[in-house]
Design a protein around this ligand. Structure first.
Ligand code: DQA
Length: 144
């Protein structure tokens, strides 16, 4: 089985970007953490990691998920969460269920972050647990 870890804009800067909010770990650290978690499960799962700052590239990746054999997508859309109907439509257009993930608790931040354009198209949402948000998403899938 393949699971995708998909990250949107500015998440390539994890570790340097507003560490008070997003912590000091890098995106590579997140990928390594998830790989460890998956290999510890003993299940035959491949993690496919992709990050882009471009909305169109994220949409293209979601469209290609079926062709790539991806069964589930763990997705932190960054700020596109709050604006992108195009990403919502892309998620609705494919069969792979998506788990929406946020490092910070978006509901405890500025009002414009309280609304997600993509949650309604997702299997579930995890927010506010720092890097553990990603780990919890993997655990939810491993328990399926
Ligand atoms: C974020 C929250 C978004 O509001 C923000 O624009 C991000 C990161 C998070 O992981 O907490 O880029 O998705």
């Amino acid at each position: 089985m393949k699971i995708a870890l998909l990250n949107g804009p500015n998440l390539n800067l994890l570790g340097q970007r507003e560490p008070g909010i997003y912590g000091s770990e890098t995106l590579k650290d997140v990928e390594n953490l998830l790989r460890e978690k998956i290999s510890g499960s003993g299940m035959n799962i491949e993690l496919v990691c992709y990050q882009s700052n471009s909305e169109g590239d994220l949409i293209d990746f979601i469209h290609q998920s079926k062709g790539l054999g991806i069964e589930y997508i763990i997705f932190n859309p960054g700020a596109y969460t709050h604006t992108s109907i195009a990403l919502q439509d892309a998620i609705r257009a494919v069969t792979s269920p998506v788990i929406e993930v946020h490092i910070s608790n978006v509901h405890a931040r500025e009002e414009f972050r309280h609304r997600s354009m993509i949650s309604c198209a997702c299997l579930g949402v995890i927010a506010g647990f720092g890097m553990d948000s990603y780990r919890l998403a993997v655990e939810a899938l491993l328990n399926k």
